[in-house]
Design a protein around this ligand. Sequence first.
Ligand code: MTE
Length: 332
Amino acid sequence: MLVPRYNRYSLPSRQILPEAKYHTRRTFLSQIGLATAALLTGCDSNNTAQAAGSKTVSGFDLPPRPSDKFYPAKANPAFTSASVAPRAITKKELAGHYNNFYEFSTAKEEVDRLSAALTITPWTVDIAGLVEKPFQIGFEDLIAKFPLEERVYRMRCVEAWSMVVPWSGFPLKALIDFCKPLSSATHVRFLSFNRPEEAPGMRGGDYPFPYYEGLRLDEARNELAFVVTGAYGKPMPKQHGAPLRIAMPWKYGYKGAKSVVKVEFINHEPKTLWNDLAPEEYGFYSNVDPERPHPRWSQQFERDINTGDQVETLKYNGYGKYVAALYPNPVF
Ligand code: MTE
């Protein structure tokens, strides 16, 4: 990911790469200058996640909550590791030690450790905007309303790496119906938590936190759109966005806000954090598309963090049969 306005600032020294490592990066990096390159926190394909294979990942042992009894959730046979194209599930130690969660750090390998400070109990979700009646609901009450299921989804980051994760949760459509949006609502906006005292990455002022994202309402009602409350058969670890995050496997990963505290229904396309930072690089829609290069790199291949292999990127991340009809005209 890139924050163009960073170019005006000097770089923190820990983000400057040793020269040899820098030269192994993709050729585009050499054209855009060190300041920008060092901020592309995930495009360097240097398999740092694989090195985590030998370590025990933190985050999966959380204090007990009543909702623990819902795990492991029953697998939905429509969404397995073979349902798009056979691909092994990413080891949880790799997926849980290679996280984009900028509220804690832009260094993926630091997020599991730093996010341990996030308080997730109690957790309240605000249902707001164009609904019959706005309300707040605690996470434990919310999760008890919906039967949980497990779905294995591919996750393609815009930075050209990917993983395959068994998420637990419930369809976003079920949450939307529960919220009773008015017919005037056309879009839904998600807001992440705002606790700089628990999240060091929020304290620098470099990003316009809290993290905000959004979807068109018909996208949000698509059967693939998922409210994720767990991973690998257990309640959601903090580094993946506890206690709840959104997953849309046909879109680049940044469309799925983590640790959501507000779901707001509106009647216009919402602003989104990455689009505000770099509109020419991160569109509102951000559907996975190998034919549409990022302005600074190709999107034709992705590094599977499980194996380190470069694999072909599929249009809509392989989920076209579910979502292509949503986009009769090209969108960005
Ligand atoms: N949500 C919040 N609140 N903050 C973030 O920094 N990063 C996004 C997305 N959701 C992000 C976020 C990006 S860029 C990606 S690729 C995915 O989370 C990463 O999810 P993972 O760490 O569980 O793999």
